[in-house]
Design a protein around this ligand. Structure first.
Ligand code: NAD
Length: 479
């Protein structure tokens, strides 16, 4: 596999980029060059949007195919991706530090699962229904594809977060310009190769790796009909402002600062195991929904702090490509420095460091030792801002109402978990949480159910049948 690429996938062909600028990716655990791609510019975005526009506007094209024909093509794309799964999962782990086992599940398997799910969902979808109007005449209600989609994704799960957009969007009949994040561009080349191999019509999917300026240009491009974004809340606000001025539909999957509510009946010996690690520290803490605020009952506070510290302190930190590793490095030096800045902030604000807070003794790589702070007040910076690294804050609460109040006292509202032996109590607390998703005694996103955030965590939902609506326009025809 050649790690250096010279062309961009636009209009179904590998074309020479408009400029000689390049994006070079360093390995998260090696700090060495892994590969490089051309850096897309405004001119490349123009070409990609023109190709997507032409593909969408073709009267015999993708948008007008029978859903069953599109479904066949999406199954072929799933097949082509699955043939590349080993290379894709290795590349993602090498680039962003995600442990290889997780990469196999999330970056390897899930895109194919989503493609097949949405292909089958729309296969027999009539797209148009007739209902009795209230004025004595029938009304045709049609769902039509929205058009050209600009899909902009971050580096923490690049393949999955692309698939959460193109799988329902392509199934609906939209065409795409995908802009991956500079930290993880190498795997996007493999995705483009899979699109080519699957024989999707030219221009239906275009891939232009680029930085944020070219991304902002894409968002405001006059020929884009819809923006689908996953990334930070700060960038999401800017994108939403552009889309607001243009009245352009947008879905935003943004940051989080979710709470793990540990109820006072919990059996800590059972709760403090692999599902808790996944819920709080998935992807080395670089997961938007991670429950990083641990809310612990005062009556059992010390016990909870000890149990969390012993679990987190016992995790194996190391090479993400080694299957025994539980926590890999941060994706970049910048991200490592940012996380360390928050650890320093936690210390200076008077939180008690119980485990971690240092760099592990590994020669290379952007590592941060998994860290737990106790005696954290919910008003402190480490309890309010998204750290996006392996740093947990244990916050005491007095009773169930106080736990719910603290869980909801956040700018964000993406995920959350409840830990208890009492199912009914778990559901009761989950229903009171102001957040888009909640997990009971675990947190695993189920692709069949809508996923997304409230408040500063975003607008709209991905996954589930609901995601197709993001890519459709509804039209009523009054007879
Ligand atoms: P980021 O916002 O810096 O970048 C995300 C993507 O947007 C990149 O491709 C970047 O080049 C592009 N971008 C940045 N500013 C832009 C602009 N003004 N216009 C157009 N494109 C722009 O985020 P990041 O640091 O790459 O990713 C981490 C963030 O993503 C975290 O905040 C995390 O919570 C969030 N995230 C959210 C979800 C979710 O589903 N809610 C999932 C994963 C990550």
């Amino acid at each position: 596999m050649n790690p250096h690429h010279d062309a961009l996938f636009i209009g179904g062909r590998w074309v020479t980029p408009a400029s000689g600028e390049r994006i070079t990716v360093l390995g998260a655990s090696t700090e060495e060059i892994l590969g490089s791609v051309p850096a897309g510019t405004e001119k490349d975005m123009d070409a990609a949007v023109a190709a997507a526009r032409a593909a969408f506007d073709d009267p015999d094209g993708w948008a007008h195919w029978e859903p069953a024909r599109r479904a066949e093509a999406l199954h072929r794309l799933a097949d082509a991706l699955e043939r590349r799964v080993k290379d894709i999962t290795h590349l993602v782990s090498a680039q962003n530090g995600m442990t290889i086992g997780l990469s196999e599940q999330v970056e390897g398997a899930l895109p194919g699962v989503l493609l097949r799910y949405y292909a089958d969902l729309v296969r027999d979808e009539p797209g148009e229904s007739v209902r009795d109007g209230m004025l004595g005449a029938p009304v045709h209600v049609r769902r039509e594809p929205l058009g050209v989609v600009a899909a902009i994704v971050p580096w923490n799960a690049p393949q999955l977060l692309s698939a959460t957009k193109y799988a329902p969007g392509l199934a609906a009949g939209c065409t795409f310009v995908l802009k991956p994040s500079p930290e993880t561009v190498l795997d996007s080349v493999l995705f483009a190769e899979a699109v080519e191999e699957a024989g999707l019509p030219p221009g239906v999917v275009n891939v232009v790796p680029a930085g944020r300026e070219a991304g902002a240009y894409l968002v405001s491009h006059p020929d884009v009909d819809k923006v689908a974004f996953t990334g930070s809340t700060a960038a999401g606000r800017r994108i939403a402002a552009t889309c607001g001025a243009l009245l352009r539909p947008v879905t935003l999957e943004l940051g989080g600062k979710s709470a793990a509510v540990i109820l006072d009946d919990v059996d800590l010996a059972t709760a403090m195991s692999e599902p808790f690690v996944r819920a709080t520290l998935l992807a080395n803490g670089q997961a938007c929904f991670a429950s990083t605020r641990i809310l612990a009952p005062r009556s059992r506070y010390d016990e909870v702090v000890d149990a969390v510290a012993s679990l987190v302190g016992g995790l194996t930190v190391g090479d993400p490509l080694d299957p025994t590793t539980q926590v890999g490095p941060m994706a970049s030096a910048r991200q490592r420095d940012r996380v360390e800045g928050y650890i320093e902030k936690g210390r200076s604000e008077g939180a008690r460091l119980v485990v971690g807070g240092t760099r592990p003794s590994l020669e290379k790589g952007y590592y941060v030792t998994p860290t737990v702070f106790a005696d954290v007040d919910n008003t402190q910076v480490i309890a309010r801002e998204e750290i996006f690294g392996p740093v947990l804050a244990v916050i005491p609460y007095t009773d169930e109402d106080d736990a719910v109040r603290l869980a909801n006292d956040s700018e964000y509202g993406l995920g959350g978990t409840v830990w208890t032996d009492d199912d009914e109590r778990a559901l009761r607390v989950a229903r009171r949480m102001h957040t888009g998703t909640v997990g009971l005694n675990h947190y695993t996103v189920d692709p069949a159910a809508p996923f997304g955030g409230v408040k500063a965590s975003g607008l709209g939902r991905e996954f589930g049948p609901e995601a197709v609506f993001n890519y459709q326009q509804v039209k009523s025809i009054y007879r």
